[in-house]
Design a protein around this ligand. Structure first.
Ligand SMILES: *Cc1c(COP(=O)(O)O)cnc(C)c1O
Length: 417
């Protein structure tokens, strides 16, 4: 009788063999000996992005200098990169730009949304939302000084009851960063609209991980991250979306010259540009936008439904392998078991999650730890394989069985976890 691990190896090989997206893995620089399951925190480098950065530095910047704003199209990068992301998240033409950070973009779109609902003072979100989203909302409410308040749901099921005729904005992250739970964007946007509120979606863990239909699902505003599943590099520019129906009325508070109707007329007063362009602020980071632009080449021609199919298969395989190989060692799945209710990550709780995560990293299996006790594994469908998933599961099993993670050196905390 073959050993349990042989059966899992055969299954992983068969699944990798059948994977139609498998050739895309070759576009990425994947460090030798590493199983990288942290693309939901920082996506991998593509060879294309590396080559593009070299070219931008040496030719466009080094030789072209100021002329490159026009000749290399630097000035159009926010719109051009935005249009490529738009395809991945179902945005209408001219409704999405790449700029600034997710936090800053949240500030801009939330301020616009609140101004569109002047009689209302409540922002509804979730206590488990990524903290920066809540911090930015809190800071904006303080700045406005008009009595805006955040009301936070403790569970997703509690959201509907919190959305009332006092609610200005329902602000949610589509995929929860800790558990990977996926919200139904269409039904929650509809709920917000039925009660006269606007729907603002954070796509940090959705963009590039699963198909999103901003236009079809009725999102009013959205923001998202460039360095996670879009692989734009550390601190890559983020993006923001404004539904076409709001673009003429929406005003944003960071009214810099790049959002002006005529930036190079150098007028004294501010006149917003038409469309989503008015949501730009200052000079874009050309190196960073160029890297993101090149990284997006990996998505060219990729059918987002096929991407989702692979993502679901990978996470399902990983859950099954961990539960079969690590049974009885205290791991608890916190990601929804039903594929339609999860994004592209799998999280488990364990009392020694931090030490386990450190021990895994030493073994070359890179996931991450999220306080207080979560072990998180992201599956980037463009480059992760079923062999990656199995290697992670068998390494976790080995560490749990040997208890090697209890070693003192795995307890020390780093700044970035
Ligand atoms: C990753 C993430 C962010 C990151 O914000 P930055 O401004 O890039 O630091 C924001 N919101 C959510 C939900 C995230 O997952």
């Amino acid at each position: 009788m073959p050993a349990l691990s042989d059966l899992w190896t055969e299954r992983a090989e068969a699944a990798d063999h059948a994977d139609r997206l498998r050739p895309l893995r070759a576009l990425f620089h994947l460090p030798e000996g590493m199983t990288y399951l942290d693309g939901n925190s920082l996506g991998c480098l593509t060879y294309g992005a590396r080559a593009r950065l070299r070219d931008v530095v040496d030719r466009e910047w080094g030789t072209g200098l100021i002329a490159s704003w026009n000749q290399a199209g630097w000035v159009d990068l926010p719109a051009r990169v935005g249009a490529r992301i738009a395809r991945l998240v179902g945005a209408e033409e001219g409704a999405l730009v790449a700029c600034d950070s997710t936090s800053v973009n949240l500030f801009k779109v939330l301020a616009s949304a609140l101004a569109l609902r002047p009689g209302r003072r409540v922002i509804v979100s979730e206590r488990s939302n990524f903290p920066t989203d809540l911090y930015m909302a809190e800071g904006l409410a303080n700045l406005l000084n008009q009595g805006h308040e955040l009301r936070l749901a403790d569970h997703a099921d509690d959201i509907p009851a919190l959305v009332t005729d006092e609610t200005a904005v329902l602000m949610l992250t589509q995929v929860n960063y800790r558990t990977g739970a996926l919200h139904d964007m269409a039904s929650l946007s509809r709920l917000a609209h039925e009660r006269g509120a606007l729907a603002l979606w954070d796509l940090a863990h959705s963009a590039g991980a699963l198909p999103v239909d901003l236009a079809g699902d009725g999102a009013d505003f959205a923001i998202g991250c460039g360095y996670k599943y879009l692989n734009g590099g550390p601190g890559a520019p983020a993006f923001l979306y404004v539904a076409p129906c709001h673009q003429a009325a929406a005003r944003q508070p960071l009214s810099g010259w790049f959002g002006h109707a005529a930036p190079f007329a150098f007028e004294t007063g501010y006149q917003p540009a038409s469309g989503v362009t008015r949501f730009l602020t200052g000079t874009p980071s050309v190196l960073a936008l160029s890297a993101l632009d090149a990284a997006l080449d990996a998505f060219d021609g990729v059918d987002m439904a096929a991407l989702r199919e692979k993502s679901v298969a990978l996470t399902r395989f990983f859950i099954a392998a961990v539960e079969a190989l690590c049974a009885g060692h205290g791991l608890q799945l916190v990601t929804p078991r039903e594929p339609a209710r999860r994004g592209s990550q799998v999280s488990f709780t364990h009392p020694a999650a931090y030490a386990l995560c450190q021990a895994l990293i030493e073994e070359g299996v890179v996931g991450d730890f999220r306080a207080p006790d979560i072990l998180r594994f992201g599956f980037a469908p463009l480059y992760n394989s079923f062999a990656d998933a199995l290697n992670a599961a068998t390494t976790i099993a080995e560490l749990l069985a040997s208890k090697r993670y209890e070693d003192e050196r795995f307890q020390r905390r780093n700044t970035v976890t």
